[in-house]
Design a protein around this ligand. Structure first.
Ligand code: GLC
Length: 559
């Protein structure tokens, strides 16, 4: 089937200027763990298509799919070998087109992941670079350098990979001698492109057009703060407290370099050639909201993940601060704030919010981790946190399975783990597999309905039978029912497009505000809080008469 720009998206209102992304609730699909139509244990695109009605019923505005492009899957698809094709484990381009058409028919927009910082080492360009000589145009698409030391036996600088170990790998030249080194911020199978090279830029503008022509509504842009490295590649030792992506952005020579903004301006222009308000969302891990807001200036990206919000502890004052800061900083550049609590890289918030020990981003949790969460407290807080988030003006991101209240899977056996972080740190960091376990659809079915063969690329906990979607659909008190109510009320009251007015007088441990006709109160303290008059629209847990118990959020229609 051939799609043109126009007929690929006939069903969506594409009134110019509607800027749907300003208020959208966007649901992240991690394709390998969402639904597996082929039965091989890895989710796929036909699996997504088969469940579009469930997403419509949930009430989301858009989906974002983590990478499904051709890839050897060394980093679960974030190592792309061909940016213009679907990996056979996920299906075909025709399956993609069918999924996209099915989503659009239901009024659901589709954002795809694009990974521009690095390719797979199996990408044809990298294979050509390996065969070519130092200094050749083929090598100039990546970051090859001579090593230090008498015979070039030392890496060009001291940078350490986000996944652990060094950031450089030495190659063997065509004549069999030890040769140059190439840079990889992530795994050694993920060589970084050289974004100062115009050929790389032209190639990615063309890749954008490939997917825009098929009808996608936008892109989630991977590692959007990393493409440009400081000139001269100076040595740098990261802050050990900073987590795998953290650190002081101003000082890190591979994050947040000014030149990266030129790339986003180019991309902005490409998207602007298309109808329908196509959008770019930056995955940029930067320490402050103000720094991240630079990615969404009017001629750059449209949204950026609010990781400062995600990283905020379950603390009322900290939440008030980050919300105020976000609304202020993003508004200052004319962008919406976004909100997010979970994704495929972080400990699921139903576990994270009840951790009792520090857990740097990327470390994950496993059997030997300190401070393991109390699951009951974690779920209660997660429900309260999501109820708070979905009342905030702006756009929110959900991660598949959070609507089921899924916790992080802590006790994965060592031999099941697949995250390169686990291997590159020799098991010191568990990594991200615990949030990537295939999700349960049907309690009484093989692999809980993930497929019909029972195969699953990561083992599912037996407790997940109780959390399966079919069980939760029938239960008005379930987390799924809560999410459906939140999304319906959010839409009914236009909260995404609303504005926030803080309410005083509820005490330090309470987050309370009004958004249009809705009063939102989240109690993070130990003492119960008296509720104001008005109809309860939705509550994240049982109320106690006219009071709001601990770790509970309520939405009330003004009396
Ligand atoms: C982003 C992705 C993560 C991936 C990394 C390298 O942070 O979200 O999953 O491992 O980039 O592409």
């Amino acid at each position: 089937m051939t799609f043109t720009q126009q007929d690929a998206r006939p069903e969506l209102e594409s009134a110019p200027g509607s800027e749907w992304w300003r208020t959208a609730v966007i649901y992240q699909i991690y394709p390998r763990s969402f639904a597996d139509a082929s039965g091989d244990g890895l989710g796929d695109l036909p699996g997504v298509t088969a469940h579009l009605d469930d997403l419509k019923e949930l009430g989301v505005d858009a989906i974002w799919l983590s990478p499904f492009q051709r890839s050897p899957q060394k980093d679960a698809g974030y190592d792309v070998a061909d940016y213009r094709d679907v990996d056979p484990i996920f299906g075909t381009l025709a399956d993609f087109d069918a999924m996209l058409a099915g989503a659009h028919e239901r009024g659901i927009r589709v954002i795809v992941d694009l990974v521009p910082n690095h390719s797979s080492d199996q990408h044809v360009w990298f294979q050509e670079a390996l065969k070519a000589a130092p200094g050749s145009p083929e090598r100039a698409r990546y970051i090859f350098r001579d090593g230090k030391g008498e015979n070039g036996e030392l890496p060009p600088n001291n940078w350490e990979s986000v996944f652990g170990g060094g950031m450089w790998k030495r190659v063997t030249e065509a004549d069999g001698t030890p040769g140059q080194w190439y840079l990889h911020i992530f795994d050694e199978s993920q060589p970084d492109f050289d974004w100062t090279n115009p050929e790389v830029r032209a190639e990615f503008r063309d890749i954008l057009r490939f997917w825009l022509d098929r009808g996608v509504d936008g892109f989630r842009v991977d590692v959007a703060h990393g493409l440009i490295k400081a000139a001269g590649l100076p040595d740098f030792t990261p802050d050990p407290e900073g987590g795998s992506m953290g650190g002081d952005a101003a000082g890190v020579p591979y994050w947040g370099q000014p030149g990266v903004h030129e790339v986003w301006r180019e991309w902005h222009e490409v998207l602007a050639e298309y109808d329908g308000d196509r959008a770019l969302c930056a995955e940029a891990w930067l320490p402050t909201v103000a720094q991240t807001a630079l990615w969404v200036r009017p001629d750059e990206m449209h949204q950026a993940f609010n990781f400062a919000y995600l990283e905020t502890k379950w603390d009322a004052e900290a939440l008030r601060d980050v919300i105020t800061d976000s609304l202020h900083e993003y508004a200052a550049v004319g962008a919406p704030s976004t909100w997010v609590l979970s994704n495929h890289d972080v400990v699921r918030h139903a576990s994270r919010l009840a951790l009792t020990a520090e857990n740097p981003q990327g470390a994950g949790i496993g059997p030997k981790s300190p401070g393991k969460p109390d699951p009951v407290k974690g779920l209660r807080r997660a429900r309260a946190a999501t109820s708070l988030m979905l009342a905030l003006p702006g756009s929110s991101y959900l991660y598949q399975g959070e609507e089921l209240g899924l916790p992080e899977v802590i006790d994965l056996p060592d031999d099941a783990r697949q995250d390169p972080t686990w291997f590159r740190t020799n098991g010191e960091r568990y990594g991200r597999d615990g949030c990537r376990v295939p999700i349960p659809w049907t309690a009484d079915a093989p692999a809980y309905g993930f497929n019909d063969t029972g195969a699953a690329w990561l083992p599912q906990p037996t407790e997940w039978a109780e959390l399966a979607r079919d069980v939760q659909r029938e239960d008005p008190a379930s987390t799924l029912s809560l999410y459906r109510s939140l999304l319906a009320e959010r839409r009914a009251h236009g909260l995404g497009a609303g504005s926030l007015e803080w309410l005083d007088g509820y005490g330090d441990d309470v987050v309370a505000f009004r958004n249009g006709p809705v009063t939102v109160i989240a109690n993070l303290g130990d003492a119960a809080v008296d509720l104001p008059a008005g109809d309860v629209l939705v509550a994240s847990g049982p109320l106690d008469g006219d009071t709001l118990p601990t770790d509970t959020t309520v939405w009330i229609a003004a009396a």
